[in-house]
Design a protein around this ligand. Structure first.
Ligand SMILES: [Zn+2]
Ligand SMILES: [Zn+2]
Length: 181
């Protein structure tokens, strides 16, 4: 424990009695609390892949890894390459998440600081040149997913983009703004 304690933030102390299972639960709980995606491959996951466990009948005793078996497993070449293999998938997924969160312009990757309801996923320069029908066909920038707009009567309920007859609706919105102010 002393080595682990030395790496903890100042003031953080883990109980000396912390068991490996509790430590893994702690990691999962912290990651979920702070919104960090986590892929934690524990002895449990490895045991799930053992043939005898995959074929086990309900109620049949599960083969558990001993501490020595677990140490032997995570010392293998395949295990050491796991993080690199996962990294390639992670990079693609993170880039998709950045787009779905509308953090960057979908056309030129300029950083977007406003919410997707204000930017529609575009920087001001690209939004000026954007075709309204193209914006309607694209995934909704405020949905947080690659899903179409959710059309209400006049606009998308998520992002507010006009549903149809944009000049009339745009005119109504423009005239409504000064009245509201
Ligand atoms: Zn742009
Ligand atoms: Zn939308």
């Amino acid at each position: 424990m002393s080595t682990l304690t030395a790496r903890l933030p100042q003031g953080v102390r883990l109980p000396a009695t912390l068991q490996p299972d509790d430590a893994l639960d702690l990691i999962k709980a912290l990651a979920e609390h702070y919104g960090c995606a986590h892929l934690l491959i524990t002895p449990d996951e490895v045991e799930d892949h053992l043939t005898i466990n995959r074929n086990a009948a309900r109620g049949q005793q599960r083969r558990r890894l001993t501490a020595e078996e677990w140490t032997r497993l995570y010392g293998t070449d395949a295990w050491r390459k796991l993080a690199a293999a996962a990294h390639a998938v992670t990079t693609r997924t993170v880039l998709t998440a950045i787009r779905q969160a509308a953090l960057e312009c979908v056309r030129c990757a300029t950083p977007l600081t406003g919410p997707p309801t204000a930017t529609w996923g575009h920087c001001p320069a690209c939004l000026i040149g954007a075709d309204i029908d193209d914006l309607r066909r694209r995934p909704c920038p405020a949905a947080g997913a690659d899903t179409p707009h959710r059309w209400g009567t006049d606009t998308c309920d998520h992002c507010g983009i006009p549903a149809a007859n944009p000049p009339a609706i745009a005119a109504r919105r423009l005239t409504a703004l000064p009245a509201a102010a």
